[in-house]
Ligand binder design. Structure first.
Ligand code: FMN
Length: 255
């Protein structure tokens, strides 16, 4: 597989840096090709520029023919085009970050904001006018996985933990970005209690990550309900016959 590893940590000598190095080495040993977007090292500009925000997507993002030369012929800046080409080449995309204020660091959100433009991330339509999103879209067929560390313990993100259930905390990223654009999202890899790890804890975390990295091509994705699979009505509301006694984020995953 060709894996795009998107990494957001300012310090390569951090826990996240060590885990990233181990994972990339494992992927290469397993015969995969790896491309990396090390956002701090690249000094990625996370702020959408007026020039990025061109209201004519036909000019901005010429990917309809899916050829990279057509893509490059659009009006986007080269830094965005380079990331879009990496995405389109990838069979799997990994987002690795330390949890900062319940989400990804701003530099990574700004990578999504600038790279997942109309015509690539959203605004894709079938010939009959129906939108392709939530399980379908330009990035359909690719796999995605979130790898995150957090200061809090695993209990705090259990279903009744004070920080809220991990799946719900990651819903905007896993469902709202990765699944929205068509990707199949594997369960996340969580490294909890990350600020007080012993060597033994680190060894266990690394070993779990390497295990999960090995499963990238084959692990079962989270069974999110697809927009166009029949579970939603015309207003995109889950049909009343499905999971009738529940509401909230959990109803959008098949159980
Ligand atoms: C700005 C900032 C915000 C943070 N927000 C959270 C948070 O919301 N929840 C949490 O459990 N830990 C939080 N932490 C702790 C980090 O997740 C933790 O320090 C990191 O995962 C450790 O990995 P590292 O050593 O590679 O940085 C935060 C840390 C910083 C610096």
């Amino acid at each position: 597989m060709n894996i795009l590893w998107v990494y957001a940590h300012p310090d390569a000598r951090s826990l996240n840096g060590s885990l990233r190095d181990a994972a990339l080495e494992q992927l290469l040993v397993d015969g995969h090709t790896v491309e990396q977007s090390d956002l701090y090292a690249m000094q990625w500009n996370p702020v959408v520029q007026p020039a990025d925000y061109d209201h004519d997507p036909a000019e901005r993002f010429k990917v309809a023919t899916a050829s990279s030369s057509a893509l490059a012929a659009g009006t986007q800046t080269p830094d965005i085009v380079a990331e879009q080409q990496k995405l389109l080449r990838a069979d799997a995309v990994v987002l690795q970050f330390p949890l900062w204020w319940f989400s990804m660091p701003a530099i990574m959100k700004g990578w999504v904001d600038r790279v997942f433009v109309e015509g690539l991330g959203y605004g894709i339509k079938r010939p009959d006018g129906r939108s392709l999103r939530y399980g379908d879209g330009m990035l359909a067929g690719k796999r995605a996985m979130v790898v995150l560390s957090m200061g809090g313990s695993e209990h705090t993100v259990s279903p009744r933990g004070i920080n809220g259930d991990l799946d719900e905390m990651l819903y905007p990223i896993q469902h709202g970005i990765l699944f929205y654009t068509g990707m199949s999202v594997l369960p996340p890899v969580l490294v909890a209690s990350a600020d007080r790890m012993t060597e033994t804890d680190y060894a266990a975390a690394e070993s779990e990550l390497l295990q999960r990295v090995k499963g990238l091509p084959t692990d079962r994705p989270i069974p999110y309900r697809t927009q166009n699979g029949g579970d939603y009505d015309r207003r995109f509301v889950l049909r009343s016959t499905i999971d009738a006694e529940n509401t909230g984020l959990r109803v959008h995953t098949e159980r």
